[in-house]
Ligand binder design. Structure first.
Ligand code: GAP
Length: 567
């Protein structure tokens, strides 16, 4: 279908799914407001995600603030590395993503992982132009631009803070609380659905690249040596994979089951494979068209600073592939960083099945000697000696042991180090858990679901636009109409609508315009069923109504008392 993007955008504005924020004041790029239908669709997708990836897996959901102090992002690495490449046109002043200019004009698929030097070189060699005014950008420098929104916390100059660029840090930073809550038992999963903020250089395509986004993230904390996923639950699910190797050889993607992907080592982590299986089931249930879908593995130079492997779920709209979810193996990166940078303990005590005897080497430096001898350096020297005793016990065989502090070296008499070899009984050890992270972008899910549900056909010789949304996510499950709002038809229809609401259905009541128009309105917002109350309803005993199916447009007479079962 040609120009689906434009059609979705028009339909969304007309029918209350989403539209640009503050259009009355000229609009602001990268911010979208969800209207009544969009907000309900989004909420249904979030609830369906919550059910699939949190509640039914026994994970626990939390809610952290969207603003965090600078120290969190210093530790997480976002301050240093959460950048995109920017190029500013000297003629019209437009700032653009330099890697996008390269991708859009050279046939290079993924330029995000290239260095700024390489991007400058490609722009120069191809004389690439400003997308706004066509000015040649050959000699314009490409720079790193940090995507975090900065703010200050409290009055005056305040404390420096940032709007979170991912919900994940709100989970990692509180890990010491959660491990206590989980009684130190790995594995466990913490989930969160909430807003994140990225000061995107060039927001685009409605919901696809926004500056305020909703993420649904799951951080699964595991012991990498012991914990295995319940892979048999998903082993027969077919995955559509586009591996790094296939991309590099310019081959097409391939289909294989979760089990085959793990056995053939196409997906290195069985945890990632497990989540790709679960996610495939979920995408299908919310209406993602699997003919316009794939899992693409990241190239090495494309990996985020925290990830050792990553697969993206991508959906296709108008021929473009959109990343809708990232499945990253984050290893111990985040917890290790917070352990190093903060005062808290981000390790978990792993108890052995049985206590073990272990040979250890230790030093207990004589502070009575070090203090007078080395003054304010004594404590640091003692620490170095203790470290050395653990890591390089062979150095304690000579007369002295070297302790290096920055540029200065100190020779400490071995006899003052109180070096010892001994056997201790250990009941366990402290480990830093690894993290497996499926991270879903809800705005892009909404967009994909709308685009893949969009259809046009003909009914009664008239062109019809219909959203074939699944019942799982449709904003309204059933619409109830009186044929006309007179002779008691309106009262009966309102009564049926209220009865269905009480039974847990999401119901809209509509009595404006002719029935044909009302059907079209509901088709355009994806309502699977419409019920019409007519004169027969009042005459029949037991009472009946017509139920119209959105997709086939066929109508059936159903007894009112059997409606909920029928639906
Ligand atoms: N915690 C990991 C993380 O944030 P990510 O790949 O940067 O990973 C996860 O983001 C998902 O969030 C993406 O797959 C995408 O669906 C969504 N996302 C990221 N930036 C976005 C943006 N500017 N607009 C809309 N969605 C976005």
């Amino acid at each position: 279908m040609e120009d689906l993007t434009r059609k979705i955008s028009e339909l969304s504005k007309r029918r209350g799914f989403f539209s640009q924020t503050a259009e009355a004041y000229g609009g602001v790029a990268g911010f979208q407001t969800f209207g009544p239908e969009g907000a309900e669709l989004k909420r249904n997708i979030e609830n369906s995600w919550r059910n699939k990836f949190s509640d039914s897996l026994g994970h626990r959901e939390i809610e952290a603030p969207t603003i965090m102090p600078e120290a969190v992002f210093e530790a997480s690495g976002h301050l240093e590395t959460f950048d995109d490449m920017i190029i500013e046109c000297p003629e019209c002043g437009t700032s653009s993503r330099a890697d996008h200019i390269v991708e859009d004009n050279t046939g290079i698929g993924e330029a995000e992982g290239f260095s700024t030097d390489k991007i400058e070189e490609i722009i120069r060699e191809n004389s690439l132009k400003c997308p706004n005014c066509e000015e040649d950008l050959s000699d314009i420098p490409v720079e790193d631009f940090n995507l975090m929104f900065k703010t200050s916390i409290g009055p005056g100059s305040g404390q420096k803070g940032y709007l979170r660029p991912e919900t994940a840090q709100g989970i990692f930073v509180e890990f010491p609380r959660f491990k206590e809550y989980m009684r130190n038992q790995l594995p466990f999963g913490i989930t969160q659905i909430g807003k994140s903020y990225r000061n995107e250089i060039s927001p685009r395509k409605g919901l696809v690249r926004v500056r305020e986004l909703t993420q649904a993230e799951l951080e699964h904390f595991i012991d990498p040596e012991e914990d295995r996923p319940p892979i048999s639950d998903v082993e027969d699910i077919e995955l559509k994979l586009y591996s790094r190797e296939a991309q590099n050889k310019d081959k097409r993607g391939e289909e294989m089951t979760v089990k085959e992907a793990v056995e053939q080592d196409v997906i290195k982590s069985d945890w990632i494979a497990y989540y790709l299986g679960l996610a495939t089931e979920w995408y299908r249930s919310i209406g993602v068209d699997m003919e316009r879908f794939r899992f693409r593995q990241h190239q090495n130079d494309e990996l985020s600073h925290y990830a050792s492997d990553c697969w993206d779920a991508e959906s296709q709209v108008d021929g473009d592939w959109i990343e809708i979810t990232g499945f990253a193996y984050r290893g111990c990166y985040d917890l290790k960083k917070h352990d190093e940078y903060s005062e808290e303990d981000y390790t978990v005590f792993k108890e052995y099945d049985e206590p073990i005897e272990k040979k250890v080497t230790e030093a207990d430096p004589d502070m009575g000697f070090l203090g007078p001898e080395y003054g304010n350096k004594a404590a640091q020297i003692a620490e170095k000696i203790q470290e050395k005793a653990k890591k390089s016990p062979e150095e304690f065989q000579g007369e002295t042991v070297e302790a290096k502090l920055e540029n200065k070296s100190f020779e400490i008499p071995t006899e003052k180090c109180n070096f010892e070899r001994k056997t201790v009984t250990k009941t366990g050890e402290h480990i830093i858990p690894h993290v497996v992270e499926p991270s879903f972008g809800i705005d892009r899910m909404v967009y994909t679901v709308l685009a893949h549900a969009y259809d046009e056909d003909e009914v009664d010789n008239e062109k019809r636009t219909v959203l074939r949304l699944t019942e799982e996510v449709a904003p309204t499950e059933v619409a109830v109409f009186p044929l006309m709002d007179k002779d008691g038809l309106g009262e009966k229809a309102r009564e049926i609508a209220s009865q269905l609401r009480d039974e847990g259905f999401s119901v809209k009541y509509d009595d404006t315009g002719n029935i044909g128009k009302r059907y079209r309105r509901q088709d355009e917002v994806g309502t699977p069923y419409c019920i019409t109350v007519d004169y027969e309803t009042l005459e029949d005993d037991p009472e009946t109504v017509t139920v119209r199916d959105r997709d086939s447009t066929e109508q059936e007479r159903v007894e009112v008392s059997e409606l909920s079962e029928f639906l």
